[in-house]
Design a protein around this ligand. Structure first.
Ligand SMILES: Nc1ncnc2c1ncn2[C@@H]1O[C@H](COP(=O)(O)OP(=O)(O)OP(=O)(O)O)[C@@H](O)[C@H]1O
Ligand SMILES: [Mg+2]
Length: 345
């Protein structure tokens, strides 16, 4: 378990991290998102002490990283692998030579090095590229070398700082699926820093949003993506989930105020796939005698959970309408009146 307690990092008088508190559980994939300059890289560098915090505690399995001697810190660091956006490979070494590097540093015997390198190149699918040089590899292959080098010493934790940011979408997918395999099969905890929301949506279980050195929102990916609280997260989520009022409806002149009793009410409904079987719309029509038109519908997937979204327009007796709105509030869905539309007549 990794616990960050009241972490603050100052560069001169500039506060890059401001009272960060975070707990990352063993075996999870934890995402950290934020805009450029938010403090993401500084935060991960505090975890492995590449950048010691100005104050606070970094506890890894209960051990306070700030209180270790240089030698102890060197030992603890072997349990934390790291991968980078630009791979940071040694260009004058082959694939096998790059992966060997951390093993050489910790004095692993040659014969064991060979075996470990072969095993790990098999895990990342680069066995055939063993004797190639970085310049002869694609970006995705280079990142596989970076991953192999990061996990060849059997770490408990893998820190990933924008590791997929320099790759094309197809390659991103294959690297994410490799990271997921490593997490599941080898049980390595992964901390993923990224500004790519699709990365978080694809593999992270929990996520923290960082802004100006502070954590402004934190929770399960499913909860935060379906119900973001801050403007920052709403903007991030908007890039991978259907937005609040879809552009397709902009021609409808939805107004926030009701202008006349004849106006129709526009309602947004959001629900998890597992309640989609309830005849919500049919009930509005049958039970409350309302006219219902469907304006918009979409389904998003976060890992294997589906999320439906419907925007409907209802019209009918005022009392029935209020009863219907109250009824919607009792269902396991999020319903919200998003405005009114002038009726044509
Ligand atoms: N060594 C340093 N000296 C002074 N200021 C620094 C140093 N490292 C980072 N900063 C500042 O701290 C803030 C956070 O930087 P950091 O690199 O953690 O951001 P980030 O969220 O990783 O951004 P990006 O998405 O662009 O990588 C920035 O304003 C940056 O200018
Ligand atoms: Mg960064």
């Amino acid at each position: 378990m990794i616990e960050l307690k009241h972490i603050t990092k100052l560069y001169g008088s500039f506060k890059a991290l401001d009272d960060i508190n975070l707990t990352i559980k063993d075996g999870e994939i934890f995402g950290i998102v934020g805009q450029s300059g938010a403090g993401k890289s500084t935060l991960v560098r505090c975890i492995n002490m590449l950048e010691p915090p100005t104050s606070g505690e970094v506890l890894i399995n209960g051990k306070d990283m700030m209180k270790l001697s240089k030698g102890q810190l060197r030992e603890e660091r072997k349990k934390i692998g790291m991968i980078f956006q630009h791979f940071n490979l040694l260009s004058n070494r082959t694939v096998a030579g790059n992966v060997a590097f951390p093993l050489e540093l910790s004095g692993v015997p040659k014969a064991e090095q060979k075996k470990r390198i072969d095993d790990i190149l098999d895990v990342v699918g680069l066995t055939e590229y063993k004797n190639k040089y970085p310049a002869q590899l694609s970006g995705g292959q280079k990142q596989r070398v970076g991953i192999a080098r990061a996990i060849v010493s059997n770490p408990d934790v893998l820190l990933s700082d924008e590791a997929t940011s320099a790759l094309d979408p197809e390659t991103v997918k294959s690297i994410l699926s490799l990271l997921r395999d490593i997490n599941k099969k080898l049980g390595i905890t992964i901390i993923l820093i990224t500004h790519q929301m699709e990365v978080i949506k694809e593999i992270a279980e929990r996520v923290a949003v960082i802004e100006k050195g502070k954590i402004i929102e934190e929770g399960s990916v499913v909860d935060l993506f379906t119900n973001p609280q801050t403007e920052t997260l709403k903007k991030f989520v908007g890039s991978v989930m259907s937005s609040d009022v879809p552009e397709q409806l902009s021609h409808m002149n939805i107004t926030p105020e009701k202008k006349s009793d004849a106006d129709q009410t526009v309602i947004s409904l959001k629900f998890r796939g597992d309640v989609a079987n309830e005849p919500i719309i049919a009930n509005l029509i049958r039970q409350y005698n309302l006219d219902v038109s469907i304006l918009y519908g979409s389904i998003d997937y976060i890992q294997n959970v589906s999320f439906g979204r419907l925007i409907i327009m209802i019209d009918g007796d005022e009392g029935n309408m209020n009863d219907a709105l109250n009824h919607l509030k009792e269902l396991p869905i999020t319903s919200e009146v998003i405005g009114y539309v002038r009726s044509d007549n």
